[in-house]
Design a protein around this ligand. Sequence first.
Ligand code: AMP
Length: 434
Amino acid sequence: MNKKTKATKKATPKKSNVFQSPKGMHDIFPADFVYVDKIEKEFKKISAAYGFERIETPIMENIHLFERGAGIASEVVSKQMFVVKTKSEDVLALRPEMTPGVMRAYLQSGASRSQIPGKYFYISPIFRYEQPQAGRFRQFNQAGFEILHSDDSAYDAQIILACYKMLEELKIKGISIKINSIGCKNCRPNYIKKLKNFYKDKTGKICRDCSRRLSENPLRLLDCKEEKCQPFKDSAPQSIDYLCGSCKHHFKSVLEFLDEVSVPYIIDSSLVRGLDYYSKTVFEIFTEDFSSALGGGGRYDYLSETIGGPKMPAVGAAMGVERIATVLKEKNINILVKNHFKVFLIYMGDEAKKKAFKIISDFYDAGIAVKESFSKESLKGQLRVADREKVEHVLILGQREVFEDTIILRNMITGNQENIPIKKIVNEVKKRIR
Ligand code: AMP
């Protein structure tokens, strides 16, 4: 084997035998949890301020709940569901969104009998079998709000405001909200008729998907991203021109509430959202320099009836946790990471290690978290970890200290070092922790 062959061989990476995560599904390591935790914290803060309470539903539901709820022709149902066949008759699906499950839970629990609207929030994993790409995964997390049992336009605006505030709290700049009204079952059929009429003589010019949409889900014609369909979208009839009096009034009122709190919005007549259950208000939230939406939602006044419940108007929104985390990272938005470890314990020798084990447990009982590096036996190795952790107080337990029942307490900022009896160390550290 000559030198060249040897070098080439070395450069070719060996295919790993280690199992890989499923396509489009990712692990979240501590470095990314800094962002996820921050998003969850702000989301919970906003939820509490506006009176939303947490809900969680099963990861799987009967497949018909999604088919009837979101609509059999919708993309998430027709193409993106992970279907799970069980031994019983039931066919389950991993949830491609939360709303139908939340509505099902609300109806099933009897909470819907209360006259007070149910205000819920969730932070939950969602599954969609789609082609993975940037910002589009097969498993991701959504943070969302739902307000059930009210058709009040103030709630549409409150949900939009809560999403907006959350992004603002996260210091995300250039937030824009696109909003539209797609009407109700009284006025929408007339609009759909107009839309179909407009597209009727263009079937040869629009893309294949749009030809299908024309018969199955005409509103989605306005959602098409294909270049050749854009000119038609731009000149197509707009839903807000065909709203009935009641929908017109509702939409106007949502916008007035948003004006009241100075939330900026753009009316986008091509915004329709992908699911069958939407009615009246629909919206999506974007930030500068990112083409994909950070969140979206709308009113779904007929969902309850389509899944077997009574008349139950509702409104909701979902934000993509991973997409928000990407913005925070890419925009270098400073997330203040507070190290909750203020104490690091270094030991030397087996006897000291045993004592250290007990001392850490004593600190734990006193509510103080202590970091250690049990697998690094050398002083140098442990010091290196302590340094990386940037803790203020380091405890050092050597053979001499074990013999004398003492421990060294070193302040890493001042360099000050004291020798303290082990039985007093928890209290002494407590006094010094700020
Ligand atoms: P949607 O109801 O489909 O508009 O989803 C609401 C939000 O969830 C979107 O605005 C995204 O932020 C996020 N989202 C939707 N699909 C995905 C996906 N496949 N991967 C990551 N985030 C997603």
